[in-house]
Ligand binder design. Structure first.
Ligand code: FBP
Ligand code: MG
Ligand code: MG
Length: 319
């Protein structure tokens, strides 16, 4: 069976990018080990701080952020990192070639109930002769050279694209490697499954309310077919389900909190997931444009997200 190293070595992935991916995924294995110990290691619960976005940090948000930050800035190929849990970008090596943006722990509200969480990462190639600044980091998602996530579920899985399809790897704890288990996955164009936090319905735009009402009406409504609903409450879990068995995931614009009109972060969540979805034959949009075309204005920018089965994303946008 092929493992991550063989797959990268036999592809056209540059050696420096292979190194960055190895450092990232090795650190994710260490995060997975920490998560497995849960309460036994005293790592659950709140850290007692807020991140730059005004969200309360869990201990594991901080622990996983520090693990990834320390490992990546020590890697000579890394030029700078940006993290959901860091106020500013962290410059690493001026000679480095890669920017890495990450959500160290996605779905943190799931940690304390021992449910699915993950680490999401996005990699860009950019060189320069001065230390990197935040402005250098504001690159549209279509320029990503690699994107992926590590899912900490019943098994630990790596889902990765380097711009040539999407592969899934399962971590083999007996061999300490990610083994290739699903190759070149594709998302079906049609679906009958959707994922959205329905408790926000009254805050959505009228057109989004109309679209979701039509899904809920099922066979009796205009769509003429029944839809099932699933919500993991961790984007990484919801996107993983879509890559495995199809569906549409939506975190729409809403008027609940005008400073967060779209909860998910462009650079840490939307862009890497959009690259994975497009590489698997799906689509990823905001309510107005393709996510990968967005020119970022700030590293912590938030966007509305509509991603998954191509025809269903089109249908949603048609409302
Ligand atoms: O609280 P809600 O509305 O269910 O939001 C869930 C969404 O928030 C997130 O948990 C945000 O990510 P973080 O846990 O990294 O802040 C997404 O993963 C998920 O899709
Ligand atoms: Mg997240
Ligand atoms: Mg997070």
């Amino acid at each position: 069976m092929q493992n991550l190293f063989n797959v990268l070595a036999s592809s056209s992935t540059p050696q420096t990018l292979q190194t960055v991916l190895t450092v990232t995924t090795d650190t994710c294995i260490a995060i997975s080990d920490a998560l497995k110990q849960g309460s036994l290691a005293g790592i659950l619960g709140m850290a007692g701080n807020e991140n730059v976005q005004g969200e309360e940090q869990k201990k594991l948000d901080v622990i996983s952020n520090n693990m990834l930050k320390d490992a990546l800035i020590a890697c000579p190929a890394v030029r700078a990192i940006a993290s959901e849990e860091e106020d500013y970008i962290v410059p690493a090596n001026t000679d480095g070639e890669y920017f890495i943006a990450f959500d160290p722990l996605d779905g943190s509200s799931n940690i304390d109930i021992n449910a699915m969480v993950g680490t999401i990462f996005s990699i860009y190639r950019q060189t320069g002769d001065k230390p990197a600044t935040e402005k250098d980091f504001l690159i549209p998602g279509k320029e990503q050279v690699a994107a992926g996530y590590v899912l900490y579920g019943p098994s630990t899985m790596l889902v990765l694209t380097t711009g040539d399809g999407v592969n899934m790897f399962t971590y083999d704890p007996t061999k300490h490697v990610f083994t290739l288990t699903n190759e070149r996955i594709q998302v079906a164009k049609e679906t009958q499954e959707f994922a959205i936090n329905m408790s926000n319905q009254r805050f959505w735009s009228p057109s989004m309310q109309h679209y979701v009402n039509d899904l809920v009406k099922g066979k009796e409504g205009d769509r003429g077919k029944n839809f099932n609903m699933r919500w993991v409450a961790a984007m990484v879990g919801d996107v993983h389900r879509i890559l495995c068995r199809g569906g549409i995931f939506i975190y729409p614009w809403d008027k609940k909190d005008p400073s967060k009109a779209g909860k998910l972060r462009l650079m840490y969540e939307a862009n890497p997931m959009a690259m994975l979805l497009e590489q698997a034959g799906g689509k990823a949009h905001t309510h107005t444009q393709r996510i990968l075309d967005i020119q970022p204005e700030a590293i912590h920018q938030r966007v509305a997200v509509i991603l998954g089965a191509a025809n269903e994303v089109d249908k949603c946008l048609s409302y």
